[in-house]
Write a new protein. Structure first.
Length: 202
């Protein structure tokens, strides 16, 4: 599955769109040829999901319309079709379109959430590595034994450790915010103290 995902992600967008169009056409022809006895409903979702995930939400909306339209044409042109009223196939098409659109929205929201979470993780790891690098530098200075003011180095190490704890807590808070579990409350911020701490560390 991971290999397939990497392969699809490596394809140019026009190629994915062409594959999606071909899938809609093939499934539409199969639906027309088999009639109501064999359903290909699930296969109409395949191009919608592929295009939504690898191209974007709005192309997914377009393919939702294409899939619902192909299904409607198969119902109207099928030799096996027999509806009790002329509006039934259009009503069915509208319901199918709604289902495709809901699927498109759900997939695009899932992808957006995952991408945002990956970005937060990259920021968190970057900040933690910066603090860890500062700690390693301070440790090397202490190991050399050439620093006269060892107390200042100890103070900077404590400050770096406190910052790493703050980074971890910030990541926990952001994760809670992503899950809509964060109680919001204003807190005062001393900008000068923050800038002085950053200047001392880096």
């Amino acid at each position: 599955m991971k290999r397939f995902a990497r392969f699809m992600a490596s394809l140019p967008i026009p190629v994915i769109l062409i594959v999606g169009i071909l899938l809609v056409g093939v499934v539409g022809v199969l639906e027309f040829a088999t009639g109501p006895e064999i359903s290909f409903a699930l296969f109409f979702l395949l191009p919608v999901c592929l295009v939504t995930w690898y191209v974007g939400r709005w192309p997914g909306v377009v393919f939702s319309l294409l899939s619902a339209g192909a299904w409607l044409l198969a119902d109207l042109a099928g030799l096996h079709s027999s509806f009790g009223a002329s509006l039934i196939p259009y009503w069915n098409a509208l319901m199918r379109l709604g289902f495709f659109l809901i699927t498109t929205w759900a997939l695009s929201e899932l992808q957006r959430t995952l991408a945002h979470r990956r970005a937060l993780e990259r920021i968190f790891l970057h900040d933690i590595l910066n603090v860890a690098g500062s700690l390693r530098g301070f440790a090397e200075l202490l190991q050399d034994g050439t620093i006269a003011d060892r107390e200042e180095i100890h103070s900077l190490i404590r400050s770096a450790i406190e910052q790493s704890i703050e980074e971890i807590e910030s990541h926990r808070v952001m994760t809670a915010a992503e899950l809509m579990e964060l109680p919001v409350g204003p807190e005062p911020l001393q900008a000068r103290a923050v800038l002085e701490k950053v200047a001392d560390l880096y």
